[in-house]
Design a protein around this ligand. Structure first.
Ligand code: FE2
Length: 297
């Protein structure tokens, strides 16, 4: 058998798992009342392509409603597939926020929600302080950012992203420390760049409405600071989820790839084909190359 010459990372996102297998997604507009996310996730985690991966990167919305029973189910599936020590998970707005129409009634509610997502992450021995850096291979480091806006807790504002000065300042220091690692991949839940309408149209994407943009976009100062840090510290790739659509673009020289919701079949009628993006890191003449392929599994 030929020797494997690459390190493979699979990017999965927006699973929206639920406490019971029969439960539907909380947001009726996205993919209709999609059901069966848990079953789809189990099937995805049993696929040979996933099992051959060296690392799994999950960019948030693991759960649809943030409850700990769902987190436990997620970690059980991860453990059964032998990925407990080979995966990185960051939170999405569904893992953290209140999805009701009213804001959290008092500060304790807010703290409870933040504590709950920390518990969910800790079940899988994940980092709960952000940003974090994890070297997963001699040539590869993952960097995790929490873009969930802990200040926005209403049904209207919970999807808005935010990174904030303190995370960006620590990120700057962390990136300096890992300058020697050739491949640096940053993960966050929200898109650090929703394309302008004309660009979306040119790419064949459905244009984001003004309200949609306002409700999902990371503030401009955060987006710009993040991209500048990535340029100056040679971050090769930014992975994100949240918008539930596959996107691949280069902004200011940084490649940004957004994943479609992995548990939503690409053809809802056929109910087949779950979108996963795989990254293979190769060494070629002393240079580290990342090759990317999007596969339906
Ligand atoms: Fe999502």
């Amino acid at each position: 058998m030929p020797k494997k010459t690459y390190f493979q990372i699979a990017h999965l996102t927006d699973l929206h798992l639920t406490k019971k297998d029969s439960m539907a997604r909380s947001e009726p507009k996205l993919f209709g009342k999609l059901k069966g996310m848990n079953k789809s996730f189990r099937a995805i985690m049993a696929s040979p392509k996933i099992l051959k991966s060296d690392w799994l990167a999950f960019t948030g919305d693991i759960t649809d409603n943030g409850d700990l029973d769902t987190w436990k189910m997620f970690w059980d599936v991860i453990s059964k597939a032998n990925f407990s020590d080979k995966c990185s998970v960051i939170p999405g707005n569904h893992d953290v926020c209140n999805l009701g129409f009213f804001p959290a009634s008092h500060e304790n509610d807010t703290n409870e929600r933040i504590e709950r997502v920390r518990k969910g992450l800790k079940m899988g021995k994940q980092e709960v302080r952000f940003p974090w850096v994890k070297q997963i291979h001699e040539a590869v480091a993952l960097i995790g950012i929490d873009s969930c806006n802990h200040g926005n807790f209403t049904g209207v504002t919970n999807a808005v992203g935010k990174i904030g000065f303190h995370q960006l300042e620590k990120l700057a220091r962390d990136l300096k420390k890992i300058r020697h690692i050739p491949v640096k991949i940053l993960m966050l839940h929200h898109s650090p760049n929703i394309p302008e309408t004309w660009t979306e149209e040119a790419r064949g994407l459905k244009p984001t409405s003004k309200a949609g943009r306002w409700g999902h976009e990371v503030p401009e100062e955060d987006r710009r600071a993040l991209r500048l840090l990535c340029i100056t510290n040679d971050v090769r790739l930014i992975l994100h989820g949240h918008l539930h659509r596959q996107e691949d673009r280069r902004v200011n020289g940084v490649r940004i790839i957004g994943g479609a919701a992995t548990t939503a079949p690409s053809d809802p009628d056929e109910k087949t084909g779950f979108p996963v993006t795989f990254y293979k890191v190769y060494t070629e003449s002393e240079k580290k190359i990342i090759r990317q392929e999007q596969v339906l599994i």
